[in-house]
Design a protein around this ligand. Structure first.
Ligand SMILES: NC(=O)c1ccc[n+]([C@@H]2O[C@H](COP(=O)([O-])OP(=O)(O)OC[C@H]3O[C@@H](n4cnc5c(N)ncnc54)[C@H](OP(=O)(O)O)[C@@H]3O)[C@@H](O)[C@H]2O)c1
Length: 341
């Protein structure tokens, strides 16, 4: 059976891997990227390079977007080379610059692209191109940014699915890769077969921000764990211990945390968090806060960066100060859950 056409917008490492996967599976694949030269290897494999982002939108019902962030999507659809430009020529900077207060996509910045009076209103030519499209944006963004993107898509007659990709580019299309999706499940169902070629489709709910919440939750775990590992390697490195010498110990700790054994704290604290009790019989918070002081002291003595340990120590002592000195480690969540005054 003939495979359905797919358009991929954004050809960084991730978008390029996705386009190559669709191509490899026999989909007529149209690509568009701000820097057109990045499409060359894909065109050599049979992809069609759209001359404009509007042409890319017109080529397929399913549009997969993989860019640095959500402002990039508005910038792309506002491309000056597009006759169907969505917004004002000034909008790329107002939405996309890291220095801009709007870089996270405030409601004001977004409404400038999509308000009924703007050039991007549903009655415009660009609105017509977006109409009926399933936009699957797999870029990183904050949950509220994703929700606002949904309103923008709806105004243009498009269905938006948001997604968080749980794989590096080289894992796309391979066992173990999965993607958190949120939005209308019916939209995912319509394209599930094609999207599953990238990785398992894990639907997490209709709230468009949910995929990002899951993605950010996983990413925080991933980055903070590996950053803590790098801190440990740097600390031991000051005494001549190599990363490779330490790695087996770190691997045991990471594995044990997810186990059912006595070091299986992922399960242990999940149970106490869900029960709302934080027993500290075997390990009080006060004991652990003092231990965190020693991690800061060790980093200072070694002459390495102290930012990570200081943040940890601060959190632990605030937990003690909040009355959890005799409670266990999971009581830290009571402090994390409160917005800092
Ligand atoms: N790489 C990973 O391991 C990984 C894993 C999971 C999720 N992700 C997510 O997947 C997304 C893409 O990742 P990536 O590694 O390919 O990252 P990337 O290098 O940040 O993405 C680059 C893509 O975004 C485009 N872009 C950025 N700003 C733009 C703008 N203002 N207007 C138009 N296009 C713009 C680039 O166009 P140009 O080529 O013209 O610069 C390029 O196509 C990101 O949101 C990332 O968080 C990545």
């Amino acid at each position: 059976m003939a495979k359905s056409p797919v358009t991929v917008i954004g050809l960084g490492p991730m978008g390029a891997a996705m386009a190559a996967t669709f191509l490899g599976n026999g989909h007529p694949t149209t690509v568009w990227n701000r820097t057109a030269a990045k499409a060359e290897p894909l065109v050599a494999k049979g992809a069609t390079l759209a001359a404009t982002s509007a042409d890319a939108l017109a080529a397929s019902e399913l549009i997969v977007i993989s860019q640095t962030d959500y402002p990039a999507m508005y910038d792309s659809l506002d491309s000056p080379d597009s006759p169907d430009s969505l917004g004002s020529p000034d909008s790329p900077d107002s939405l996309g610059s890291p220095d801009s207060p709007d870089s996270l996509g405030s409601p004001d910045s977004l409404s400038s692209l999509g308000s009924p009076d703007s050039p991007g209103s549903p009655g415009s030519a660009a609105g017509e191109v977006l109409k009926g499209r399933a936009l699957v944006n797999l870029s990183s963004g904050s949950p509220d940014e994703l929700r606002r993107a949904g309103e923008w898509a709806t105004r243009h007659g498009a269905d938006l699915l948001t997604g968080g990709v749980m794989s590096p580019p080289q894992g796309i299309g391979k066992p173990g890769a999965y993607i958190f999706y949120s939005g209308e499940e019916a939209t995912l169902d319509r394209h599930r077969e094609t999207l599953t070629e990238l990785g398992d489709a894990t639907f997490v709910g209709s709230d468009l921000g949910l995929s990002s919440l899951y993605y950010q939750a996983q990413l925080y775990l991933f980055w903070s764990t590996l950053t803590a590992y790098m801190h440990s390697v740097a600390l031991l490195g000051t005494a001549g211990v190599s990363a490779e010498q330490f790695r087996p110990f770190a691997a045991a700790t990471v594995g044990d945390l997810a186990s059912d054994g006595p070091m299986g704290f992922l399960k242990i604290i999940t149970e106490t968090i869900d029960a709302g009790v934080h027993p500290g019989d075997d390990h009080t918070m006060r004991m652990q806060a003092v231990g965190a002081d020693h991690i800061v002291a060790a980093a200072r003595e070694a002459g390495i960066d102290t930012a990570g340990p200081l943040a940890l120590r601060d959190l632990f002592w605030r937990t003690v100060d909040a009355g959890h000195g005799s409670d266990g480690l999971s009581s830290v969540i009571e402090v994390i859950r409160r917005r800092r005054p």
